[in-house]
Write a protein that binds this ligand. Sequence first.
Ligand SMILES: Nc1ncnc2c1ncn2[C@@H]1O[C@H](COP(=O)(O)OP(=O)(O)OP(=O)(O)O)[C@@H](O)[C@H]1O
Length: 454
Amino acid sequence: MAMAAMDARKKKSGGGGGEPLLGKYELGRMLGRGTFAKVYLARAVAGGEAVAVKVIDKAEVMGTAGMAPRVLREVAAMRRLRHPHVLRLHEVLATRARIYLVMELATGGDLLSRLAALPRRRLPESAARRVFVQLVDALSYCHARGVAHRDVKPQNVLLDGDGNLKVSDFGLAALPDTLRDDGRLHTACGTPAYAAPEVLRRRAYDGAKADAWSCGVILFVLLAGHLPFDDSNIADMCRKAHRREYELPRWVSQPARRLVSRLLDPNPDTRVAVESLAAHHPWFKRSLSVDSQLDGLLNGEPERAVAFQAAPPPPLNAFDIISMSPGLDLSGLFGEHDKSLREKRFTTTASPEKTLEQLGLAGGKLGYVVVVGKKGVECLPLAGGRLSSGIAAMSVEMSEVAPPLLLVELRLEVAAGDVDGGDGEVKGFGWEQLRMELGDVVRAWHSCEDLCEI
Ligand SMILES: Nc1ncnc2c1ncn2[C@@H]1O[C@H](COP(=O)(O)OP(=O)(O)OP(=O)(O)O)[C@@H](O)[C@H]1O
């Protein structure tokens, strides 16, 4: 940390003109800025601990309707919470002009920026689960203590140096003493894209259930890389939310889909509560070794490094590069084909690494190589040709069903510009041979129609 440079950067606005803040903290560079506060890196004079100090201008707060209670709520909420995934408030200091919230330092930035830095703005499912499990853990803890966050969004989810979550910004948090007699809240707050429909419609609402909706939106974003409902018109957004007009990408597993659907339930009475997820939802009980590499992923390493470790990609040839380029989206070229001919799935209890290795070996016999590329895992033809004429590549996706069971989806991609759309070649592809070459890695083999739900 560049603490040596701190003195030079002390700000009048926060640092008291070069003197340590109330003799206790030396303020350094600004970490970020919110609507009413600036947050600085700081070091405790006694002990040298690095912290974050949120500097709030009293006059600004007093001059803005509703802000004073918001600051008080943030302090009251953070004071009563002690959890590894909730940002700790160490102490509150004040001068005549300012309030200083001395907080745990989250060196990893916020989840929104970390996702934005990823090539496809989303995480593999196992990494998404790790983020989500920590989020649910933190919110379950808060809810059990009567604190609903009410503004759960990736900007308010910070990360520490190890990639662990720290839920922050309880400025909109609802404490039990702000509830009406019916136990529900009546203030519209939160950020539209993450806010529950009952919040947007300014109905009385249950803060914990509103948090559950926001968690559903976050989970969707982690898995898909975009928002489920994104409309500048709030009424339209509400309508879409009520009609459940969202579409998860096809690679998302069924258990994850079910979980998103339980959370994005427009009816708060039937919407699942975050507290009940940790104990009961099967999606939570899984973990693959790749989970531990979340930090690497969030540090901007390519997805392939996290998703599948065991298959080092061979050098890419020109064909590989073309087929991975975003301009050539092979997935949209299949509309006319019989799905059962071009897609197969199998379940396996082998590890992702072993499965890939076996696909690679089988490929050697059928004439393709396994490539772990930016688009995921692909089986590409040897020597720059085609798997068979008309077929450009076979894509492979894996998702966890219930550990150690993996679902592996294979899909033939037809070359762009193929005269008959690759129909003949798709029909002639050697699925049976592939199946035999995969041997006992395959536990159950399915055509795509067999397997709507697992
Ligand atoms: N404890 C912390 N450690 C590291 N960075 C922090 C910490 N707290 C806040 N930040 C950074 O400072 C920025 C501003 O935080 P702040 O809580 O004031 O506002 P906000 O939540 O972004 O906005 P608003 O107050 O408008 O809702 C954050 O986006 C984050 O980048």
